[in-house]
Ligand binder design. Structure first.
Ligand code: NDP
Length: 275
């Protein structure tokens, strides 16, 4: 029997995950089927239960269900526990195992695909929502010299930074603030983990944020530059990247969690960029 997987979201029709996982299955010779399933906003748990009853082996979870997936999980990996959000579920013998592959995906895209090593660099993370929480731990583990989290609602950045600083014993490295505290600071890597780009908006960034040789990374992806990417270019960022590589690599990590085989994310990414 072909093993079944899916992505739950609302909306979900736009998701690239079915095409990505189908390509990984071809690449690795794995026999599986992967669909996009629209879960009602008040019916995520029932949709998951229905999928498990129909023999589903695992699922990805996207907006707006990552926190609900966290609560639904009967067991969680350490990285999911820390993030407080789950984007990958495995169904095994009545257990629902929650994982979070977003951070691993971002770091793999940065290091392997873009050749950017955050160790020893000054890193700025914009946003304190689910995506920021998912990547903060794996980013800290790369050993940046300084990591600053900023958020429109500054209290959320403070809370996030203090919780992760405690966990990673990183009080000297990690700080949280609002955008107004950024004036005069420069960073080697600036990552946009806000949803501002979705609405065509730019967070309230000051001039002079991008140090010489810096990389600007927007987790958002789509046609052309986001407002953040365009701003970074005019402000002199040396390199600018969108989040398509992170999307592919978080999927590759989920595929590895489910199948024990690591697909080649870089090859698929090159193909998608060409297409
Ligand atoms: P959330 O809704 O959990 O968080 C949104 C964050 O954006 C909050 O910190 C919010 O600040 C901030 N924000 C929203 N609008 C603005 C604005 N106009 N100016 C400044 N800050 C703003 O979203 P997620 O964390 O789940 O997702 C964030 C982005 O990351 C999305 O664009 C998503 O598509 C992308 N993403 C990409 C992935 C990939 O694989 N490439 C994976 C996961 C996410 P406040 O707290 O003040 O409201």
């Amino acid at each position: 029997m072909t093993d079944r997987y899916c992505v739950f979201g609302n909306p979900v029709a736009h998701s690239k995950s079915p095409a990505i996982h189908a390509a990984f299955a071809r690449q690795t010779g794995q026999d599986l089927r992967y669909d996009a399933i629209l879960a009602p906003l008040d019916g995520f748990a029932a949709a998951v239960a229905g999928f498990v009853a129909a023999g589903g082996r695992g699922a990805n979870v996207t907006v707006p269900f990552k926190e609900e997936a966290f609560r639904l999980s009967t067991r969680r990996t350490a990285r999911a526990e820390l993030a407080g959000a789950v984007n990958t579920l495995s169904f095994d013998d009545g257990e629902v195992i929650g994982d979070n592959t977003d951070g691993a995906g971002l770091v793999r895209d940065l290091v392997d695909n873009l050749g950017y090593v955050p160790a020893g660099r000054r890193v700025l993370l914009l946003g304190a929502g689910g995506a920021a929480r998912g990547v903060l731990g794996p980013l800290l583990e790369t050993g940046p010299a300084r990591l600053v989290v900023v958020n429109r609602t500054a209290a959320r950045a403070h809370e996030l930074a203090s919780r992760f600083a405690e966990h990673f014993a990183a009080r000297d490295t990690l700080a949280g603030s609002g955008y107004d505290a950024l004036d005069g600071s420069a960073f080697d890597l600036v990552i946009n983990a806000t949803s501002a780009s979705l609405g065509g908006d730019l967070p309230a960034l000051p001039d002079g944020l991008f140090a010489a040789g810096s990389l600007a990374y927007d987790m958002m992806y789509g046609q052309g530059d986001t407002p953040f990417m365009a701003f970074a270019r005019t402000q002199g960022a040396a390199r600018v990247a969108d989040g398509l590589g992170m999307l592919v690599e978080q999927a590759a990590e989920a595929f590895f969690v489910w199948r024990g085989v690591r697909p080649d994310g870089a090859a698929l990414l090159a193909h998608l960029r060409h297409a």
